[in-house]
Structures are given as C-alpha cells and as structure tokens.
Design a protein. Structure first.
Length: 138
C-alpha cells in the first residue's frame, strides 16, 4: 500500500474543513455531497445511520443549531485508496427547545475512500467527552 501523497492529505484536509464550514452554516446538501452513497454515521450512544437516505433524514429532523466548531490535533493517515482522519473538537451549539449555548468536547474518526478519482467520506464516528452549558456566551 502506498502512503498518502501530500496532495491527497491537502484534499482530505479541505474536505474536513468544508464539512465543518457546511455544518456550521447549516448547508446540509453541501455536506452530504462530500459523502459516499454508503456513508455511515456512528454517533455516541445511538444506533448507526447507514446510507445517504438515513443520514439525510436524520439531518433534516435535527433541531440543533451549531454556532462554532474548533478542531485540534487533526491527523491523517492511510494509503492512496483509503484514509483515516482523527481530530478533537469543541462545538458550541444550542437547540430549538433551549437557546442556551452549550459546549460539547470530544473526538472523531473519519474513514475516506478514493472513488472515481476523488475522496469521499464513508464513515464518521465520534465520542463525547464532556457536554455542558456555557454561561455568558452568545
């Protein structure tokens, strides 16, 4: 297996950055465009979502408003056919039911595959280390 090229790493970094930007902006269609048809989301303490239709339906029913996402310790490893991205995140969010900003800290694992000459996200799994209310933040 060949190691990832610098170009491949840059492409994957851009996909990751775009995902974060689209998630904060609520651009669900743009976010899904980064995914393979057989995308899998593995949230903490919940059943996995398998396939574009299931992921799209979950996103459409979401009531969470994301204010910001900070990423640290991003690492990308793999070959020129499959890549693994790990990172830590800090998300500031609120819900439709409660506008009080809350913070979530955790890490995520992505698996990406090169299909038809471009990288697509095939799996996203994340953990949640801490979640709490944030006072004095808008």
């Amino acid at each position: 297996m060949d190691e990832l090229t610098k170009d491949a790493v840059r492409e994957i970094e851009q996909i990751h950055s775009n995902w974060i930007k689209f998630e904060v902006a609520g651009e669900d269609d743009s976010l899904l465009a980064l995914c393979a048809d057989d995308i899998e989301l593995w949230p903490p303490n919940a059943e996995p979502l398998l396939g574009r239709a299931a992921v799209s339906a979950q996103i459409a029913h979401g009531t969470t408003r994301i204010h910001s996402i900070e990423i640290t310790d991003r690492r990308i490893r793999g070959s020129n056919e499959i890549a693994y991205l790990t990172a830590n995140y800090k998300t500031l969010f609120s819900s439709a039911e409660d506008s009080t900003p809350r913070r979530a800290l955790g890490s995520h694992l992505w698996i990406l595959r090169r299909r038809a000459g471009k990288w697509v996200v095939t799996l996203v799994s994340w953990s949640l280390w801490d979640r709490d209310a944030v006072s004095g933040t808008s």
